[in-house]
Design a protein around this ligand. Structure first.
Ligand code: FE
Length: 241
């Protein structure tokens, strides 16, 4: 599985590189009609700042986001809202989640991005007797494919590494179900702060997590400190279905 995923990465990034070289190389490799479509996509994507040039410069990685289990704590009908904290204590975290079409690297506008994660103590809302909806929400992507959330750094629970669940809906269909991950070093730093420091012995780091090991590295947020907060960014390549 991981080997296959790796091959897939290589094919996609190579296609982006070829598209950048221009029409002749692409036509020779993949046939006129397909190549024309791809070139059009590439040009539009470049115009939007997300195409092969952006891929090459590292601004976006147009890679298929790995499908991962939604887990047992999904609850339907999360609210359309940017700030999902509901006053829950924790280190502030802004999420910048971009949805791109993995076939073209073009941003997808109007996708509904849904997130849910546990609080600093490791508990989810809406399950196990809780009737709330804290730390759950939906945002629509803008013209740049971007969905923004304000939340807190997730806590941890038994047997899992730190993660945020996500689903992407397009036209009423779920086109992606996955999980977003954090650098263990950044988590170590964040967890020195209150209230995470009340539970110092988290059980599972990334490489010990069986779900993370199945492609999770490609869903690791790029984290930047911003004062006492963090900003986590990632581009999720999805297939329109
Ligand atoms: Fe979970």
């Amino acid at each position: 599985m991981s080997e296959h995923d790796h091959d897939h990465d290589v094919v996609l990034s190579r296609r982006g590189a070829l598209a950048k070289l221009g029409g002749l190389a692409v036509v020779a490799l993949s046939g006129t009609a397909l190549a024309t479509r791809e070139l059009l996509d590439a040009e539009e994507a470049d115009a939007a700042g997300t195409g092969p040039a952006a891929v090459a410069s590292g601004l976006v990685s147009c890679v298929l986001a790995p499908e991962q289990t939604e887990g047992p704590y999904y609850v339907e009908d999360a609210a359309l809202r940017r700030n999902v904290t509901e006053g829950k204590p924790g280190v502030p975290l802004t999420l910048r989640l971009t949805v791109v079409n993995v076939a073209s690297c073009r941003p997808i506008k109007g996708a509904a991005v849904e997130i849910w994660h546990c609080d600093a103590g490791g508990a989810y809302s809406g399950v196990q007797g809780d009737t709330g909806m804290f730390l759950r929400g939906v945002q629509r992507t803008d013209a740049k494919g971007l969905a923004l959330f304000r939340t807190i750094y997730p806590g941890w629970y038994q047997g899992r590494t730190v993660h945020i669940h996500t689903k992407v809906h397009l036209g009423g269909n779920v086109v992606h179900t996955g999980q977003l991950y954090f650098s263990d070093a950044v988590t170590d730093a964040a967890y020195k702060r209150s209230p995470y420091d009340e539970r110092p012995d988290r059980t599972t780091r990334n490489t010990a997590d069986s779900i993370y090991r199945n492609g999770g590295k490609r869903s690791t947020l790029k984290l930047v400190r911003s004062g006492t907060a963090y900003v986590g960014s990632i581009a999720m390549g999805v297939q329109r279905s």
